[in-house]
Design a protein around this ligand. Structure first.
Ligand code: HEM
Length: 134
């Protein structure tokens, strides 16, 4: 059995042309050059995902099992372990808990807008009612 090749973030960024095109999905790297012209979704969407984590873009489309089977043939290697940190600082596909944290952080940042706005609203409501009662 041959050892799995490790693809670095540099490799991923450099292979961004149609003749050698690396795409990163779920920590695995695929060379899609041979397939890109046949892609039913067109070449542009794939070209837009070079040099970064394409997992979300790929999953958002809801690709079929056939699409996933094609991926198997295009597989060239695993992405470097800490590479996920470089392409997407807060995302680790192997850790559900880190996704939970991300969600919490996102919700937290929504609160950062909501709380001051609610306070502002409360202040004006208070001004309105207190001036009305004078
Ligand atoms: C790199 C590996 C990819 C493979 C092997 C692949 C394969 C396929 C296949 C076989 C289809 C036909 C429908 C299906 O079977 O699900 C499809 C459709 C599609 N793909 Fe991909 N795809 C890849 C990446 C991407 C990426 C990164 C995007 C980015 C958004 C994308 C966007 C689309 C879209 C929008 C369609 C729908 C086209 C339509 O129905 O008009 N694909 N893809």
């Amino acid at each position: 059995m041959s050892e799995t090749k490790i693809i670095t973030f540099e490799d991923l960024k450099q292979n961004n042309k149609k003749d050698s095109l690396y795409i990163l999905i779920h920590q695995k790297v695929y060379n899609v050059s041979k397939f890109i012209d046949e892609h039913p979704g067109g070449d542009e969407v794939i070209l837009a995902e070079t040099g970064k984590d394409a997992t979300e873009a790929f999953e958002d489309v809801g690709h079929s099992d056939e699409a996933r089977a094609i991926l198997k043939d295009l597989f060239i290697g695993e992405f470097e372990k800490d590479g996920a940190l470089k392409v997407k600082p807060t995302y680790d596909s192997h850790s559900p808990s880190s996704q939970a944290v991300n969600t919490a952080v996102q919700q937290g940042s929504n609160m950062m807008y909501f709380v001051p706005l609610a306070m502002l609203g409360a202040y004006f409501a208070w001004r309105y009612y207190s001036s009305g009662s004078l």
